[in-house]
Write a protein that binds this ligand. Structure first.
Ligand code: FBP
Length: 256
């Protein structure tokens, strides 16, 4: 398991160069209280991912332990190494290590994910932890996915296109194999984000879009801009008809 080749792992995550992942770290980041009407059992979410045709899922280690035996062989398991809850002060933008790369490898991970809030007062701390994680990823041939999210007082909000463009570029520069970031909200600005990020770029789904059509429109535009795929959470598993919707996203992705 420890010698699994990095190339092989990358191919499992980026199938034919594209990726459709389900993100499910929300029960930590936002808490189950944020989704009172949704069954948040990890196996249930994993089933949506598999049935809807995703090629992988991002989970914390405890949830991964519960679902790993239900996942098909060619389905990628990505373990989130860092965490923060919404129980802390809103201004404390930091994620800390809650899992090691070694534990992720033991759980059969095909990649690990690490969040950095670029521009936060705690940026330096996350950078230091990132360098330790990256070292171990290199030793174990483990792909490293950076969730590059701006939290800069210099920009109006975390969806500012320039801040996202900067954050994604930093992810590529510091050695992430894949970068995931927010969609900027329009094709023109997102084209710049992709152009400036020289590693494959995946897009987060973000908070539930007003309508399914709005959501699918963003999916389409992100792909026209050059995104290599998605890591979707709330816009899939928090919506009615999750499996069907995921299939629609997959069908759009297959056209690019
Ligand atoms: P979503 O598709 O629900 O946005 O999930 C992607 C994700 O990166 C999650 O992994 C994470 O919990 C969430 O977004 C963080 O979003 P925010 O920064 O808006 O809290």
């Amino acid at each position: 398991m420890f010698n699994k080749n990095k190339k092989e792992r990358m191919k499992k995550i980026l199938k034919d160069g594209k990726s459709l992942l389900i993100a499910f770290d929300h029960a930590v980041e936002h808490g189950p209280i944020a989704y009172p009407n949704i069954d948040l059992h990890p196996v249930k979410i994993a089933k949506i991912a598999v049935d809807g045709g995703a090629n992988g899922i991002i989970l914390h280690s405890g949830a991964a332990r519960i679902v790993k035996d239900y996942l098909p062989k060619d389905f990628a398991l990505i373990i989130k190494l860092t965490a923060r809850t919404s129980l802390v002060n809103d201004k404390s933008h930091i994620q800390s290590l809650v899992t090691t790369v070694d534990e992720a490898a033991l759980l059969g991970a095909d990649a690990v994910a690490f969040t950095i809030y670029l521009g936060s007062d705690m940026e330096h701390h996350m950078f230091e932890q990132f360098s330790q994680v990256k070292k171990r990823c290199i030793e174990l041939g483990m792909p490293l996915i950076g969730f590059m999210y701006p939290r800069s007082p210099k920009y109006k909000n975390k969806y500012d296109a320039k801040a996202i463009e900067y954050a994604a570029r930093v992810g590529a520069e510091i050695g992430c194999d894949i970068v995931k970031t927010y969609y900027t909200g329009n094709r023109e600005t997102f084209t710049k984000v992709v152009k400036n990020c020289f590693v494959p770029l995946l897009v987060a789904g973000g908070p539930e879009a007003k309508t399914k059509e709005n959501f699918l429109n963003n999916i389409n535009n992100a792909l026209i801009a050059g995104a290599r795929g998605f890591a979707l959470g709330r816009n899939i598993w928090a919506r009615e008809g999750s499996v069907e919707l995921l299939k629609e996203v997959k069908s759009i992705l297959s056209r690019y």
